[in-house]
Design a protein around this ligand. Structure first.
Ligand SMILES: [Zn+2]
Length: 203
């Protein structure tokens, strides 16, 4: 299985989640997971602002509690916010009750209708519940910027290799990824622009 581009069978696990946007439109949706943190978010915001791009940040509630000023900056810059639970918890390790409570706790700080499950997994009952309240956004391409086996050049090459019309592209607003993003994010944006892609956020 290719990790970067989720297989069709995986997409069918959560058939009503959003994996890819309009395939007839030359547009991409940049998403950043796990922030906000002082070591990464300011660089990402500066880069997006330099290129006049809006993106979506799937935030961890506990990070927003620690760094409310960063959350405010992301909102003030006009980006879209998504819920990524309060403690970045994996659905399979939790009952629906604790999972739901953790997502709700995050929502008290985040105020959003978008949700992305940490680690890309949730149990079916959690998915059914979440779907009632949120639009669940997965991805068409994960850059693997979090991986210690990847270089910044590899991350950029993943963007070049797998981006297509309507791709939802996942980066990470985290300590694991930021060294790679210093190079890969501006280069990826330049390449996407040169290829004629528009940058969009979810309605
Ligand atoms: Zn995450």
């Amino acid at each position: 299985m290719i990790i970067e581009q989720p297989a069709i069978w995986l997409r069918w696990l959560y058939p009503r989640a959003t994996w890819r946007m309009d395939r007839n439109e030359k547009a991409v949706y940049l998403t950043f997971d796990d922030g906000p943190i002082p070591e990464a978010t300011p660089f990402i915001l500066d880069t997006l602002s330099q290129y006049g791009i809006k993106a979506t940040f799937f935030m961890v509630g506990d990070n927003v509690r620690k760094y409310p000023e960063l959350y405010n900056k992301v909102v003030a810059a006009g980006h879209r916010i998504g819920n990524h639970t309060f403690n970045h918890i994996g659905g399979f390790r939790h009952t629906i009750t604790t999972y739901k409570a953790n997502a709700d706790k995050a929502d008290q700080l985040l105020h959003t209708d978008l949700f992305r499950p940490p680690h890309g997994w949730m149990r079916w009952d959690q998915y059914i519940w979440l779907r009632r309240k949120y639009r669940i956004v997965m991805w068409d391409l994960v850059t693997r910027d979090y991986s210690k086996w990847m270089t910044a050049e590899d991350v950029l090459n993943n963007v070049k290799r797998y981006t297509r019309n309507g791709s939802i592209i996942t980066f990470h607003d985290s300590l694991k990824s930021i060294d790679k993003l210093h190079y890969a994010l501006p280069e990826a944006i330049k390449w996407l622009k040169a290829e004629g892609y528009e940058f969009k956020v979810f309605d």
